[in-house]
Design a protein around this ligand. Structure first.
Ligand code: KG4
Ligand code: ZN
Length: 338
């Protein structure tokens, strides 16, 4: 008998539901929230309310798309953290009630682990999964981590940001340039026509495998303030070169520590995960390592990079195999824990 898992993701500003049959995705639907755009960032209260509005229709549509009845579901997996409390509470409460009503196990999923385990989703045209142990650079709007992955259940953060996340660095740089939220994808888009060596920004000095991105924001801010004094049109005239230079800086910072992590651990199977893995500059830098034969590289399909419930469902599947179920009294956590 096949195992069907319903996955629910509501940690930030996307409400997503997915159904998997073993490792194969039958449905993976996402309701985005554009209500935040005019505020230049996610507004937690608005996010919770939008999740509340979206969650039932998204799950209903996912079950229809998967073409299964709710009584076929073997377990309900949901994001338990890290994330915004109000957002997490919506998914958690729904998952608990649904699992209880169906009489099936409840499975709690760590959002960051799920980004990594998205690599094991069985997808048409993709049969390359990383072997254990491997390293994973997990880069999102809220987190930047280098993780040593020894099994589906055993992961250790060996490096992380001490302030802003890489996605946050992209988004803040974009905001300074007057681009709408989330600016990361736009910086990527403008970079394509720009010269990455046009402007130089400093690299932070952080010991070990850790990162820092808050200094970059400050240096962009001061640089643009000075340039705008001389030419009020400086940003619009140089948007591509600015984007390409900022992107190069962020990618270089990310790559240096991953290169060091490979050297220290001797593990050269390296995966990319999280929303920022959609970035073309970062993908190119990884592919370059693949071409040179230094690393074996793993990059998930685009739709499994940014927040989605398919990654929650696959993580739920692995936990289901182990009988690792959550109690009905579980509550969400907001900050990362292993
Ligand atoms: O993993 P994710 O979807 O959500 C979080 O858990 O944070 O990551 C979202 C982040 C945002 O900061 C967004 O700007 C960034 O990923 N992002 C990108 C690109 N696509 C998404 N940053 C740079 N280039 C991209 N192409
Ligand atoms: Zn995420």
């Amino acid at each position: 008998m096949s195992i069907y898992i319903l996955g629910i993701e509501s940690s930030c500003d996307d409400t997503s539901a997915a159904v998997i049959k073993e490792r194969k995705i039958l449905a993976n639907l996402i309701a985005n929230q554009d209500v935040h755009e005019k505020f230049g960032g996610v507004v937690p209260e608005l996010a919770s309310r939008a999740h509340q509005q979206n969650i039932i229709p998204v799950i209903d549509n996912a079950l229809k798309k998967a073409n299964i009845g709710k009584n076929q579901i073997n377990a309900v997996a949901f994001t338990n953290g890290p994330g915004l409390l109000g957002s997490l509470l919506v998914g958690t409460s729904f998952a608990k009630s649904f699992a209880l009503a169906l009489g099936v196990p409840l499975i709690s999923v760590n959002h960051m682990h799920a980004h990594i385990l998205a690599h094991f989703i069985e997808d048409e045209g993709k049969d390359k999964h990383p072997p254990f142990p491997f390293l994973c650079l997990t880069v999102s709007g809220g987190h930047t981590q280098i993780v040593r992955v020894d099994s589906y259940y055993d992961m250790q953060v060996i490096g992380q940001t001490i302030d802003d996340a890489a996605g946050e660095a992209f988004d803040k740089a974009a905001k300074i340039m007057g681009l709408p939220y989330p600016g990361g994808p736009l910086v990527d888009k403008y970079s394509k026509d720009g010269n990455p060596d046009a402007f130089k920004f400093p690299h932070p000095k952080v010991p070990g495998l850790d990162y820092s991105f808050s200094g970059l924001k400050t240096s962009i801010l001061y640089f643009l303030r000075d340039q705008l004094k001389r030419d009020p049109d400086f940003i619009s005239l140089n948007i591509s070169d600015l984007s390409a230079s900022i992107q190069k800086n962020i990618v270089d910072i990310l790559m240096r520590k991953v290169i060091e992590a490979v050297r220290q651990t001797g593990i050269n199977h390296v995966a990319l995960a999280g929303g920022v893995s959609a970035n073309s500059g970062l993908r190119d830098a990884f592919m370059q390592k693949q071409r040179s034969g230094e690393w074996e590289v793993y990059i998930p399909p685009f739709e499994y990079c940014t927040d989605n419930a398919a990654m929650i469902a696959i993580t739920g599947y692995f936990k289901y195999l182990r009988g690792d179920f959550a109690s009905q009294s579980i509550s969400p956590f907001t900050r990362y824990k292993e």
